[in-house]
Write a protein that binds this ligand. Structure first.
Ligand SMILES: Nc1ncnc2c1ncn2[C@@H]1O[C@H](COP(=O)(O)OP(=O)(O)OP(=O)(O)O)[C@@H](O)[C@H]1O
Ligand SMILES: [Mg+2]
Length: 373
């Protein structure tokens, strides 16, 4: 794919331009050339290249001015730009370049490997950003569908009730009421998830810490979900190292963490599998991966479908659902783990995941103990 990406090289010196072109073409990029700022602006707008390599020292309109115009134009403002400066010690011009919106800088003489490495890394970032945009768009259309279809179920039931059609058969009425109730609850859950993520992203997540018994919170979540596990004949076990495990935390938020992890484990574990929840203390004397001191750890392990190595770093991203789940029909919006991660971090904690495709997955949440004794 990268082979067909187009890069616009801009330099007033013909030799430099040829050199740039050669370096980029050798790596399979298509190259457009401009020998002035003005030409760069025209080509950027008409051809919309994937990236611009822009020399700073040019007569008439220098690279900075060109950059300013590029960023001011709606059509060209999102094209990433690498600026080329003549002097590596010229910190001021590098800073100016960044403040005008450059993505990277390189100093002359250009090192081929460095140029290619920067070009590729920027193109990768841009690609990832576009993917998230696409996911968001897909998500929005899915959301409309996911909210509309349950609502029509509810309206259908209410219409029957309003017409008096349910009056004669009490057991049928009960059945309809149950399905409308269940559907409404699912809708509410979805709306709550969306609101949570929106709040979290606006930085408005509020954690009200109180001493809470983690065992009790987990017990509550397990109680609500054990029926789902039983339906799939999944053996669900809780292992506690202490009878009472007091932790400074927001009980509602931690409940969300446990509920999300457990419902994922149930969802992604085939019939007759096993899920184990473990609660134990863990201390870090030396700082390890940003963790130090006393923590309470919560493991949720399952013998489910697992997550591939490639997808593992992505699952905490919002709207992200791993591809391996294709085989196992499941519904979801890909928000659960985003919420888990943000809540854990808002408590000063962390979440980790280990997984092996086809074998199972283990999520570990660490929450600072926080209780002074
Ligand atoms: N225990 C697990 N085993 C295997 N895959 C998992 C597990 N937990 C999460 N995943 C993968 O990570 C993805 C993201 O999980 P997340 O909880 O964020 O979303 P979801 O469960 O698909 O939807 P939602 O939780 O919003 O209803 C899932 O779609 C799935 O592919
Ligand atoms: Mg989930």
């Amino acid at each position: 794919m990268e082979e067909h990406q187009r890069i616009l090289a801009v330099d007033d010196a013909p030799d430099n331009l040829t050199l740039l072109e050669r370096m980029l073409k050798r790596q399979g990029f298509d190259v457009l050339k401009a020998s002035s700022g003005k030409e760069c602006l025209a080509l950027s707008a008409s051809e919309h290249p994937d990236l611009i390599v822009l020399d700073v020292a040019m007569p008439v309109m220098n690279g900075f001015e060109t950059l300013k115009y590029l960023k001011a134009n709606e059509i060209t403002k999102d094209i990433p730009v690498i600026i080329l400066t003549a002097n590596s010690k010229d910190a001021k011009s590098i800073e100016e370049g960044f403040s005008l919106g450059a993505d990277e800088y390189l100093t002359k003489p250009i090192d081929q490997d460095e140029l290619i490495a920067r070009v590729r890394s920027i193109l990768r970032v841009v690609k990832a950003e576009r993917e998230v945009e696409q996911l968001k768009a897909d998500f929005q259309s899915m959301l409309v569908h996911d909210l509309r279809s349950p609502l029509s179920v509810i309206i259908g039931v209410l219409q029957l009730g309003a017409r008096g059609d349910l009056d004669r058969n009490p057991s049928e009425r009960k059945e309809f009421m149950h399905s409308a109730l269940e559907t409404s609850q699912r809708m509410l859950g979805l709306i709550n998830d969306i609101l949570d993520v929106a709040k979290i992203e606006a930085g408005k997540i509020q954690i009200n810490k109180q001493p809470n018994d983690l065992n009790a919170i987990i017990g509550g979540a397990v109680g609500r979900l054990k029926l789902l596990a039983r339906e799939k004949e999944i053996n669900l076990r809780v292992e506690q190292t202490e009878d009472i495990m007091i932790c400074e935390c927001d009980s509602g938020k931690i409940d969300q963490v446990v509920t999300n992890l457990l419902s994922n484990a149930i969802k992604f574990t085939p019939n007759n599998g096993e899920i184990v929840i473990r609660i134990y203390r863990q201390a870090f004397g030396e700082e390890t991966a940003g963790l130090k001191g006393e923590y309470i750890a919560l493991d949720v392990s399952d013998t489910g479908v697992g997550i591939s190595m490639e997808e593992l770093p992505l699952i905490f991203d919002r709207y992200r659902q791993a591809k391996n789940a294709k085989g196992t029909a499941h519904k979801g919006t890909g928000l659960g783990l985003t919420i888990v991660k943000r809540i854990s971090e808002a408590h000063g904690g962390r979440v980790f995941v280990e997984s092996s495709l086809g074998k199972g997955t283990k999520f570990t949440v660490l929450i600072p103990d926080g209780v002074k004794d």
